[in-house]
Design a protein around this ligand. Structure first.
Ligand code: AMP
Length: 503
């Protein structure tokens, strides 16, 4: 098996058709596959061997999907990284994963050069396009001139396809190991709900650096969909594309719905083609769901998943009954239960930790047996999400056990930001947590205690953190306090702070 086989199956099943629109160009599925075959050949010429890890860091484009197919075809492993991360954050991933090569686009070449500097075993930054950055290699001409490499290497079910670095409760992101079987299973599971639909017109607005975007990309191949790839989310572009391409189905994170609802030009576009929008990646407020559904006259449903579950766990059948507040039932072949904190399975309606098992569960965290052992117990992945099931198995998420902030669908580890704040010599204590935000779902708040006799302004601390984490992770709200609330053993009570500032 090989995830790259999806591209070939797509051609076999649906024939040649226009599958991809991007910035005024259109390409057929056959064009796209040829391009991937040429990129495979270039990678082989650059010494890539099966099992090598390759970082792909680019804004969305057809080059990203081609790079994915090209890497999988030759049995190498993809490490997708969001273009939002700064050089320090990327350096950590390259070093931790042992990646040998990076594929990127011209605008990110210098950041990747800096990020890969001084890492033992690292070989090259490959750039698709003109690069003015010394020491990086433009492979555009090579791709155009090389003979395509046709073969798809057969992979064992548990051979790794993706190493996805996701922010968790610890400071540094953890590498979630997903196999070819993981990805194929989950794609097929979501496909089973949708297979009765004719070839769908959609749009890729989710980042292809995230598991959710990758799942939607693979699902599109299985369903024979066509659609526009957006470089990044832009509400006006989305509205315009819905009108131009008569987009029927869309997968988004909740923030995108809010931005589309609030866009001043919303009413200027004809969005009547829209049939269903699926929202996942973060909690969707019922009010937002209803408002979107009313304004766009379409159905809005939620799905739920994690990187650790290959992107999905639940989902609604397109014609299935919607249950208020539920992220839907388990996908076909996916087992979900709710456990108490002693790992005992609870009956319907009892609240506990949502757990899952099945072929979609990750192989573990890369190089981190301890974290793997505490996440997967007796084959059940413990999601860190709190909720309950109803009598028919519909899942309701009520809380999050893990110390994680989800801002605009992007997971952020408060620990990482706290570590950055603590590096300032005037800081005695800091706690970072999420507070409700109307657009992003959650915003980042930092409470800081200074050392005696020190003074610091909000601006100074913002500037300091900006040197450490990407702009998106700089706290939106900063408050200086005399002390932080603690329990008797001295642990900072973040929940108390969160409750206090969430009103
Ligand atoms: P990630 O690994 O980046 O996909 O993040 C997974 C986390 O996102 C989950 O553990 C949940 O906390 C959260 N999440 C994903 N989908 C939903 C949803 N529909 N409702 C609430 N939280 C969600």
């Amino acid at each position: 098996m090989n995830v790259a086989g999806l591209a070939l199956d797509n051609i076999d099943k649906y024939g040649e058709y226009v599958s991809t629109y991007f910035e005024g160009d259109s390409f057929t599925n056959v064009d796209r596959y040829r391009h991937a075959c040429r990129l495979s050949a270039v990678l082989i010429e650059h010494g890539v061997k099966p099992g090598d890890r390759i970082v792909v860091m680019m804004l969305n484009s057809p080059d990203v999907t081609a790079a994915f197919t090209a890497i999988w075809k030759i049995g190498a492993i993809i490490i997708p990284i969001t273009p939002m991360w700064n050089a320090r954050e990327v350096h950590y991933v390259i070093e931790d994963s042992g990646a040998k090569l990076v594929i990127t686009s011209p605008e990110l070449a210098s950041r990747l050069k800096e990020a890969s500097h001084g890492i033992a075993g690292f070989r090259e930054v490959l750039v698709i396009g003109e690069t003015g950055e010394p020491g990086t290699v433009n492979i555009q001409n090579e791709i155009e001139q090389v003979e395509p490499y046709e073969r798809v290497m057969d992979q064992e079910p548990d051979d790794l396809a993706l190493l996805l670095y996701t922010s968790g409760t610890t400071g540094n992101p953890k590498g979630v190991m997903l196999s070819h079987e993981n990805l194929l299973f989950i794609t097929d599971s979501v496909y089973q709900l949708n297979e009765h639909l004719p070839q769908v017109r959609g749009m890729q607005v989710l980042p292809l650096s995230h598991v959710y975007g990758i799942l939607i990309m693979n699902l599109g191949a299985m369903m024979g969909s066509c659609g526009r790839i957006l470089k990044h989310f832009d509400a006006r572009e989305v509205l315009k594309t819905i009108e131009e391409l008569k987009v029927e189905r869309l997968s988004v994170v909740p923030t995108m719905l809010t931005l589309m609802i609030n866009h001043p030009e919303r009413e200027n576009f004809d969005t009547s083609s829209l049939v269903q929008v699926s929202s996942g990646g973060a909690p969707l407020q019922e009010a937002t769901r209803l408002e979107f559904s009313k304004l766009f006259n379409c159905r809005v449903v939620q799905g739920y998943g994690l990187s650790e579950t290959s992107g999905a766990l639940t989902g609604y059948h397109p014609d299935g009954e919607y249950r208020l507040g539920s992220v839907g039932p388990a996908l076909p072949g996916v087992e979900i239960c709710v456990m108490d904190f002693e790992n005992k399975i609870l009956p319907p309606r009892a609240t506990g930790e949502i757990c899952s098992r099945g072929p979609h569960i990750m192989q573990g965290y890369y190089n981190n047996l301890e974290a793997t052992k505490s996440a997967i117990i007796d084959g059940w992945l413990h999601t860190g999400d709190v909720g309950y099931l109803d009598e028919d198995g519909f899942v309701y998420i009520t809380d999050r056990r893990k110390d994680l902030v989800i801002k605009g669908g992007e997971n952020i580890s408060p620990r990482e930001i706290e570590e950055g704040i603590y590096l300032h010599p005037a800081v005695a204590e800091a706690a970072v947590f999420g507070i409700p935000d109307a657009v992003y779902g959650e915003a980042l708040m930092a409470t800081i205690v200074l050392k005696p006799g020190q003074s610091l302004t909000e601006e100074e601390i913002r500037k300091h953190i900006s040197g450490y984490v990407t702009k998106f992770k700089v706290p939106d709200r900063i408050v200086f306090l005399d002390s932080l609330p603690k329990n008797p053993s001295g642990k900072i009570l973040k929940r108390t702070l969160k409750e206090q500032y969430s009103v």
